[in-house]
Write a protein that binds this ligand. Structure first.
Ligand SMILES: C[S@@+](CC[C@H](N)C(=O)[O-])C[C@H]1O[C@@H](n2cnc3c(N)ncnc32)[C@H](O)[C@@H]1O
Length: 467
C-alpha cells in the first residue's frame, strides 16, 4: 500500500486530556496493534497524526476509544488553506478513485475548530474542492464515502487567528464512543448514588483494564455499580461487592433532589436491565473487602474499582477495639458486627494484595488513588512486587487535591511475592489538616474584616459627631 494510505488523523474530544496516551496505549496493547506518530503531538492540540498498518487497525482503536471523536484517513494537511489545495491537486488519483467512483455516493463535511462559520461559508469552503475526481452522487445521509475538511484555529475561542493554523483533508474511517457516554449518562440512569462514577470515566477505566468479551470482572467497592455497567458494555461478566447492605439494596436516601423515595425495583441489576446488559450481570454481594470471601482459586480477568477515600463516604471495616470480644451463642444469630476505621493505606494495601492473588497473569487492576498535590511523589503510590504500574494519570479535584487513575498489571505469581510491607501514605490526614488550616485562615480573615468594619463604623461616628 502507498504510504499516503497509511496515514491517519485521530481527532480527540477536548476533555480528560491527561488520559489520552494511557487510553490509546491500553487499546494498542490489548489489540496488539502498532501505531507510529508522524508528528509528536502536544497536550493542547486535539489531534494526532499517526500511522497504522491497516485501516482495520485504525478502526479497531477508534471504535473502542472513549476520548476519540473520530479518525480519518489523512489525504492531505498543510499550514495554509492554499497549501492544502495545492497538495490535494497533486494527490494520486488512483488512491482516491475507489472511494469516489460513480457507484459510490459521497459528501464533504467541514469542521472548524475554535472558530464559528455560517452554513453558507461552509458551503463555499466545500465548493473549492470541485477539482476532486468524484463521479458518484452526493448523498448527505449515510453516504458511501464521507470526506472531511478540518480547519484548526488553536484552542483559544476568544482569540482565534484570521487564518487556520492547520488544515486537514481526508476520508472518514470511524467514530469513537462519544455517543455511548450520553447513552449511559447518570442523568438518565435508574439507580445512582452520591459517589456514582460518571459514564465517561467508567468507560475509560474499562478500557484501561482492557476488558474483552467474556472476561470475568470484579468491583470490590461496587456502590451503585457504575463501573460494572461500563465493563459489561465491553462484554465483561460482572460481579461486585460492598460493605454497605443498604447501598446494595438501594435503600439509602435517593441522591436526586426530585426523588423522595427509592423505587422498589432500583438497584444494580435494574441498571443492567436498563441497558440490556442483564446477561452480563452475575451478582453483587455484601462483603467487607478487608476479609474477602472468595475461594482461593477464583481468578478474575480484571478488577476495576473506586475505593472509598473517607471524604464523602466513611472507610470502615468489620472489627472492634474491645479486647477479647466474644459474642454469646444466643446473640450470634442477630448480631450486627461492629466497625472500626479502615485506614486509606490499608485499603490500598489490601486491594493490591487481593489483586495479586485473584487476578489472572497479565490481568489488570484499575483504581483511583487520592493524593495531596503539593506532596505528590510517584514513589508514594501503592506498590506490590506482583503488580506492575502501567499507567498513572491525574484528575485534578481541587487546588490542593487530585486523584490519580492507576493501572497495574499482574506480572508475577502471588506465591512468589511474600512479606509485602505497607508503605502507602495516608492522604486523608493531610486533606483534613489542610482543610482545617484553610478553615482557620478563613476564620481569622473574617475576624480581621469584622474588626476593620467596626473600626470604620467608629471612625464614621466620630466624624459625624465632630461635624
Ligand atoms: C467511592 S464509593 C464507590 C462508588 C461506585 N464506584 C459507584 O459507582 O457507585 C466506595 C464504596 O466503598 C464501599 N466500602 C467502604 N468500605 C468498604 C469495605 N471495607 N469493604 C467493601 N466496601 C467498602 C462504600 O460503601 C462505597 O459504596
Amino acid at each position: 500500500m502507498n504510504q499516503a494510505g497509511k496515514r491517519y488523523l485521530l481527532w480527540f474530544a477536548q476533555e480528560h486530556v491527561e488520559f489520552r496516551f494511557q487510553e490509546i496505549n491500553s487499546l494498542l496493547t490489548a489489540f496488539n496493534i502498532t501505531m507510529d506518530f508522524i508528528e509528536k503531538p502536544t497536550d493542547l492540540q486535539p489531534y494526532w497524526m499517526v500511522k497504522f498498518a491497516s485501516e482495520q487497525d485504525a478502526k479497531k482503536i477508534t471504535q473502542r476509544s472513549v476520548l476519540l471523536r473520530s479518525c480519518i484517513e489523512l489525504w492531505g494537511h498543510s499550514n495554509s488553506v492554499d497549501g492544502l489545495h495545492e497538495m490535494m491537486k497533486k494527490f494520486p488519483e488512483h488512491l482516491m478513485e475507489p472511494h469516489l467512483d460513480e457507484d459510490k455516493s459521497f459528501k464533504i463535511e467541514v469542521e472548524t475548530f475554535c472558530k464559528h462559520f455560517t452554513q453558507q461559508e461552509k458551503v463555499d469552503k466545500i465548493e473549492v474542492f470541485e477539482y476532486l475526481p468524484y463521479k458518484g452522487p452526493v448523498k448527505l445521509k449515510d453516504p458511501d464515502t464521507c470526506l472531511q475538511y478540518i480547519e484548526y484555529y488553536g484552542v483559544d475561542p476568544n482569540a482565534p487567528p484570521e487564518s487556520p493554523y492547520r488544515v486537514f483533508f481526508g476520508r472518514w474511517i470511524a467514530s469513537g464512543l462519544r455517543q455511548l457516554i450520553k447513552y449511559l449518562s447518570l442523568k438518565t440512569r435508574k439507580f445512582i448514588g452520591n459517589t456514582s462514577m460518571d459514564a465517561q470515566l467508567s468507560l475509560l477505566m474499562a478500557n484501561q483494564a482492557q476488558i474483552r468479551n467474556g472476561d470475568l470482572v470484579l468491583d470490590p467497592f461496587v456502590g451503585t455499580g457504575s463501573l460494572l455497567v461500563a465493563a459489561a458494555q465491553f462484554g465483561g461478566y460482572v460481579l461486585g461487592s460492598d460493605i454497605d447492605y443498604l447501598m446494595l439494596h438501594a435503600r439509602t436516601r435517593p441522591s436526586r433532589i426530585t426523588q423522595q423515595v427509592r423505587d422498589d425495583d432500583e438497584g444494580v441489576k435494574a441498571n443492567m436491565m436498563q441497558y440490556n446488559l442483564e446477561k452480563h450481570y452475575l451478582d453483587v454481594l455484601v462483603n467487607d473487602c478487608s476479609i474477602p470471601f472468595w475461594r482461593d482459586n477464583l481468578m478474575f480477568d480484571a478488577i476495576i474499582t473506586d475505593p472509598p477515600y473517607g471524604i464523602r463516604e466513611s472507610t470502615e471495616k468489620i472489627g472492634t477495639s474491645k479486647v477479647n470480644c466474644k459474642i454469646s451463642e444466643d446473640h450470634l444469630k442477630t448480631h450486627i458486627p461492629a466497625k472500626v476505621e479502615y485506614s486509606l493505606s490499608t485499603v490500598y494495601f489490601d486491594l493490591l494484595n487481593f489483586s495479586a492473588k485473584h487476578l489472572k497473569m497479565g490481568g489488570r487492576l484499575v483504581c483511583w488513588f487520592p493524593i495531596f498535590r503539593d506532596d505528590y511523589s510517584e514513589d508514594d503510590l501503592p506498590r506490590h512486587p506482583c503488580m506492575k504500574l502501567e499507567a498513572n494519570s491525574e484528575q485534578v479535584l481541587t487546588k490542593h487535591t487530585s486523584r490519580r487513575l492507576l493501572t497495574y498489571e499482574k506480572i508475577a505469581e502471588y506465591d512468589n511475592c511474600e512479606d509485602v510491607e505497607n508503605t502507602i501514605k495516608d492522604f486523608r490526614y493531610k486533606y483534613y489538616e489542610t482543610r482545617e488550616e484553610s478553615r482557620q485562615e478563613r476564620r481569622s480573615r473574617k475576624a480581621e474584616l469584622r474588626a476593620k468594619g467596626r473600626l470604620e463604623a467608629e471612625r464614621r461616628k466620630v466624624t459625624k459627631l465632630s461635624e
